[in-house]
Design a protein around this ligand. Structure first.
Ligand SMILES: Cc1cc2nc3c(=O)[nH]c(=O)nc-3n(C[C@H](O)[C@H](O)[C@H](O)COP(=O)(O)OP(=O)(O)OC[C@H]3O[C@@H](n4cnc5c(N)ncnc54)[C@H](O)[C@@H]3O)c2cc1C
Length: 615
């Protein structure tokens, strides 16, 4: 296979290749610079001419429709067929015809204000007919009424995004957005670049794990079923005896049979071999990546250890809508891959697929113990290991997660207006969510496992729930199932005391049943609350703090050990908060390093040893 430099995604910029066989290829060079040098054969077979996918535009104003048709055809006509319609009904007939012709629809843009059928109604209807097409609503500049329509329709999955009209100049207001929509569609529906091949059993759990590892770390790969024609061709071409599957065929000719995550990441990635640094960051979610960006950009030698994949919880979120600066939302994977690149460009080094299992002191240094037995020494350590959100574990609800079921609430809640909403959880966050949502929703059902609200919530919240109109509280209750077509429509809840079950209407469900922080490895080192969240700043127990100055905002009970993001006691569980804390921690680190530099290494050693003993 040959590919041009322009094909390589920038997200893979930092990935190098081990033991390259190709002459003149340096180990530290990136995939970007491998253009034309790869010795992997193209195993996908010959490329066939494919019909151009369709971009469909619907607007009842003929002049506006003609202008859009003209603009899109000029820019995208070579690769897409642009099909205009003057009404939703005509467009529905058009969709049926396109399907008869077995053509693909990549993007549908519909104007909101149309007399027979609004754009939103049309896009909601077309969703089940062409679920793979991207759907964008066109709204008028300055139409303030439409903002809640857009928010609600996006939250309910009726549309993916929106555009403004007028959109001139197209170079500024139209083409960049259309390109973005088409890029998202292409990423999923067109074969991508393949820099490594995985041959395995499609259904095997390990095959899934490897696909997730490669996907989430932004490594372009192709997966081929054992025994398929391309897989056989590849094995023959390599003349290889494969002892164990899944097998990974690397760009440099090496083959890994049933490798561990660590072996894969070492083979394809730039896992650092330098294990001494100024700042060690544990965890590459948004908090850890931000700390790495700021520490790296401010000249600190920074090393990030990630046990799984870049991005943490946020990386698994299909669309983050409330992160500043992304009015149309951004996928968690995209956001965190960009942050990873940024950290790498500022000089941060990464160790992948290793878990930090312990922390101790050696002289003036802090020492992190890795799961492979190696040690990292650092002047300061940032814990950004996040928390695992408790999940509902109800298989019938899995398909609604991200569309109708959320493990967080949105700050902006107008989109729930007139909907039946359910909140599950017995703690303060569930209470606050229910009270907030009740201001907008038609009805909120709060589902609580215990027999009294006061068992898990602050008294003032219990009072507010009691007096808020529109909140139904179901005590002693659990969700046992749910139903709906494209999105959730009903929940089945069971009353554990009366042994009855009931079906209630619910279009959205917010699950706020707690989180478990990843801090077992810090037992006996950092101060933690009963759930395991790490105390910092004001929350550090003064009796256990052994030096004269007070702990800084993100400093734990151990001087020079910082905690940020979801793992920190009292943190707001949001991407933006994790990012803010990552930046704040680096300011704390500079102060700490200056202070220990002035007081001398012995003093620092004393701080750490004393604190660890006291914790
Ligand atoms: C389904 C879902 C949707 C969400 N949607 C939104 C949203 O729309 N908007 C929003 O603002 N927030 C959202 N959140 C919350 C947001 O994702 C978190 O607040 C944010 O990811 C916290 O970042 P973090 O870096 O602190 O932790 P995490 O993102 O959890 O990252 C921690 C990282 O540390 C690694 N790690 C853990 N232990 C170790 C160890 N011992 N050694 C090495 N590495 C380790 C983990 O593998 C992980 O990669 C959502 C959360 C979930 C679960």
């Amino acid at each position: 296979m040959r590919f041009s430099t322009g094909d390589a995604p920038s997200r893979s910029l930092q990935l190098g290749v081990k033991n390259p066989k190709v002459a003149g290829f340096k180990r530290t060079e990136s995939f970007m610079s491998t253009a034309g040098l790869t010795d992997l054969p193209d195993i996908r077979g010959s490329t066939q001419m494919v019909e151009r996918p369709v971009i469909m535009v619907i607007d009842d104003e003929p002049d506006a429709l003609a202008a859009m048709l003209d603009a899109l055809t000029r820019r995208f006509g070579g690769d897409y067929r642009v099909v205009p319609h003057l009404s939703g009904h005509a467009a529905l007939a058009g969709v049926a015809k396109i399907q008869e012709e077995k053509l693909e629809i990549a993007l549908i843009i519909a104007d909101q204000r149309m007399p027979e059928m609004t754009g939103r109604e049309f896009l909601a209807r077309v969703r089940s007919i062409v679920p793979t097409a991207k759907r964008a609503l066109m709204v008028d500049w300055g139409d303030h009424e439409v903002s809640s329509t857009v928010l609600q329709a996006c939250a309910l999955g009726e549309l993916d995004n929106y555009l403004y009209k007028p959109w001139t100049p197209a170079e500024v207001h139209l083409y960049p957005l259309i390109s973005e929509f088409l890029a998202e569609w292409t990423r999923v529906h067109r074969p991508g670049m393949e820099l490594i091949y995985v041959v395995g059993d499609e259904q095997a759990p390990r095959s899934n794990e490897i696909r997730e590892l490669l996907n989430r770390n932004g490594i372009p790969f192709g997966f081929y079923e054992v025994g398929s024609e391309p897989a056989n061709r590849l094995i023959k071409e390599r003349g290889a005896e494969i002892a164990a599957f899944p097998a990974i065929f690397l760009h440099d000719g090496a083959i890994l049979g049933d490798p561990t995550d660590a072996q894969i990441m070492d083979a394809v990635g730039e896992t650092s071999h330098e294990l001494s640094c100024d700042v060690a960051v544990v965890g590459a979610g948004p908090a850890g990546l931000t700390a790495a960006v700021y520490a790296g950009s401010e000249g600190l030698r920074t090393l990030v250890v990630e046990r799984h994949v870049v991005g943490g919880q946020a990386g698994a979120s299909s669309l983050i809508r409330n992160y500043l600066g992304f009015p149309r939302g951004i996928s968690g994977a995209e956001l965190t891959q960009r942050a990873y690149q940024q950290a790498w460009l500022f000089g941060a080094k990464f160790v992948f697929a290793r878990e930090v299992t312990g922390l101790r002191s050696r002289g003036a240094r802090k020492v992190l113990i890795l799961s492979d037995g190696r040690e990292i020494t650092a002047k300061a350590v940032v814990v950004a290991t996040g928390a695992k959100y408790r999940r509902l574990e109800i298989p019938s609800l899995d398909r609604f997660v991200g569309k109708s079921i959320f493990y967080t609430t949105f700050g902006e809640s107008r989109f729930v207006s007139d909907l039946h909403v359910a909140v599950v959880g017995g703690g303060n966050s569930a209470a606050q969510a229910a009270i907030h949502l009740a201001r907008f929703a038609r009805r909120v059902t709060l589902i609580v496992r215990s027999n009294a609200l006061g068992k898990g919530m602050s008294d003032y919240l219990v009072q507010q729930i009691g007096s808020a109109p529109g909140i139904d509280v179901r005590l002693d209750s659990e969700i046992v199932g749910g139903e709906g077509s494209d999105r959730l429509e009903r929940l089945i809840i069971q009353d554990k005391k009366r042994h009855t079950s009931e079906t209630i209407p619910a279009t959205l469900l917010f699950v706020l049943i707690g989180a478990i922080p990843h801090t077992d490895w810090l037992a006996g080192v950092a101060q933690r609350d009963s759930k395991g969240f790490i105390a910092t700043g004001h929350d550090v127990d003064a009796n256990a703090w052994l030096i004269q100055r007070k702990p800084m905002s993100f400093e734990t009970g151990v001087p020079g050990l910082f905690a940020i993001g979801d793992v920190r006691l009292g943190s707001t569980k949001r991407v933006a908060s994790a990012v803010g804390e990552g930046a704040g921690a680096v300011e704390n680190i500079h102060r700490y390093l200056n202070e220990t530099h002035q007081s001398g290494a012995n003093e620092e050693e004393r701080f750490f040893a004393a604190s660890v003993r006291a914790a």
